[in-house]
Design a protein around this ligand. Structure first.
Ligand code: XUL
Ligand code: CO
Length: 443
């Protein structure tokens, strides 16, 4: 097997003083932090699509990346041969980087055929090959997913399409891809509703489309049990793009949807950082909301840009932002089936093959350093004890919370004994300083 990334060897931990761009400064896989190794806490995954399927095109220009298997760069190559070449490069990358997991869409791994049957055969053949590469390199599958948004047939949605034939097509595709995910021992199966939304309400029956989506997700849950898939099912919220409005807007909206269709114990969420910020929330807000509703699943680690309102999928580089995210993840008990999957892509001008390594190493170091800072905040305990202290008054008010006091009683008591609420400092700036201190000192 010839090397694709022939200028890079296995990436190793060298510590914070290292200047080697191809070494980790913070991610030390076997180091134990708060009772687990860094590898167990962070469960890093690399995505197939941005790193290997994308050739650098954007809506204003074509291919920039050096991806010789891509039809834009080698039109004469047989699509299955191209898929095999891409897979060899992908697994070489996973192994050298030392990322324990990867994730894929069906069409990232195998070319679509002329018929559904041919697409299934292509996928099955590529899944067999992936199983071999996984065995050889020790890489595991964080999640599989179906691309039911790129093909023209899905322009008006998949499950929410006005044409039931599109619903059926997507359902069949999910059934096949779930089996492929099961075959590879996938820890999760993700559903991102890329075009499950609308461009205009003038032509959209919102009630009907949500019912279709509810039925679709119930079919997926039934199928999970029918085939004995043991991973978790995850919906990935996003507020818009490519549609003007996406039904899975944010975590709270997804939870409401799951409750309405009886799915709240069956499906969790895959929270993407840049989707969270596009929906007008902080990343850590989305995690806290998911933990609070019992639906926290996994993370698509990336970053947006404060000035740009679209999905940039940059590699995460802000320890300040990610520390707050890791803090909520740790408070929620950490990952079970989920992990930190880099749904991140290179900038279009980063055209050297080794840029892919530098980008992932940077993202992994950002997350590892954030983990250290968050674990240090929890271990120190001051933040949580200050937060608890804010609610101390409630310790003697359990009856109020338990519904043993009526509105009339509350009224009458206040009439008899006037009690003004206390004016207590929220201490926000102090807490921000506390967090900064842990980030500065995290080692
Ligand atoms: C799109 C996105 C997807 C999902 C998987 O914004 O995040 O790549 O993660 O379909
Ligand atoms: Co994503």
């Amino acid at each position: 097997m010839s090397e694709f990334f022939d200028t890079v060897d296995t990436v190793r931990y060298e510590g914070p003083e290292s200047d080697n761009p191809f070494a980790f400064r913070w991610y030390d896989a076997d180091r134990v932090v708060a009772g687990r190794t860094m590898a167990e806490h962070l469960r890093f995954g690399v995505c197939y699509w941005h790193s290997f399927t994308w050739d650098g095109f954007d809506i204003f220009g074509a291919s920039t990346q050096d991806r010789p298997w891509h039809p834009s760069q080698n039109a004469a190559l047989d699509p299955m041969d191209a898929a095999k070449m891409k897979m060899e490069a992908a697994f070489e990358f996973f192994e050298k980087l030392g990322a324990p997991f990867f994730s894929f869409h069906d069409i990232d791994i195998a070319p679509a055929g002329a018929t559904f049957a041919e697409s299934c055969r292509n996928l099955d053949e590529m899944i067999d090959l992936a199983a071999g590469h996984m065995e050889r390199t020790g890489t595991k599958l964080l999640w599989g997913t179906t691309n039911a948004f790129s093909h023209r047939r899905f322009m008006a949605g998949a499950a929410t399409n006005p044409d039931p034939a599109a619903f059926r097509y997507a359902a069949a595709q999910v059934a096949h891809c779930m089996s492929a995910t099961k075959r590879l021992g996938g820890a999760n199966y993700v559903l991102w509703g890329g075009r499950e939304g609308y461009e205009t309400l003038l032509n959209t029956d919102l009630t009907r489309e949500l019912d279709q989506l509810g039925r679709f997700m119930n079919l997926v849950v039934e199928h999970k049990y029918a085939i004995g898939f043991e991973g978790a099912l995850l919906i990935e919220p996003k507020p818009f793009e490519p549609t003007k409005h996406q039904y899975d807007y944010d975590v709270a909206t997804v939870y409401g949807f799951l409750k309405k269709y009886g799915l709240e114990n069956e499906i969790k969420v895959n929270i993407e950082v840049n989707h969270a910020t596009l929906s007008g929330h902080d990343f850590h807000h989305e995690i806290a909301t998911a933990v609070n509703s019992g639906i926290f699943g996994s993370i698509d680690a990336n970053a947006g840009d404060d000035r740009l309102g679209w999905d940039l999928d940059r590699f995460p580089s802000s320890v300040e932002q990610m520390t707050l995210g890791m803090l909520e993840i740790l408070r929620g008990g950490g990952f079970t089936t989920g992990g930190l999957m880099f749904d991140s892509k290179l900038r279009r001008q980063s055209v050297s093959r080794d840029d892919l390594f530098i980008a992932h190493i940077g993202g992994m170091d950002t997350m590892a350093r954030s983990l250290l800072a968050a674990a240090s905040i929890i271990d120190d305990g001051e933040l949580d004890s200050l937060r608890d202290a804010r609610y101390a008054g409630w310790n003697s008010e359990q009856d109020l919370l338990d519904g043993k006091v009526s509105l009339q009683q509350i009224h009458d008591e206040l009439l008899a004994h006037d009690v003004e609420p206390a004016h207590t400092s929220g201490r926000q700036e102090m807490l921000e300083r506390l967090v900064a201190r842990h980030i500065e000192r995290a080692r």
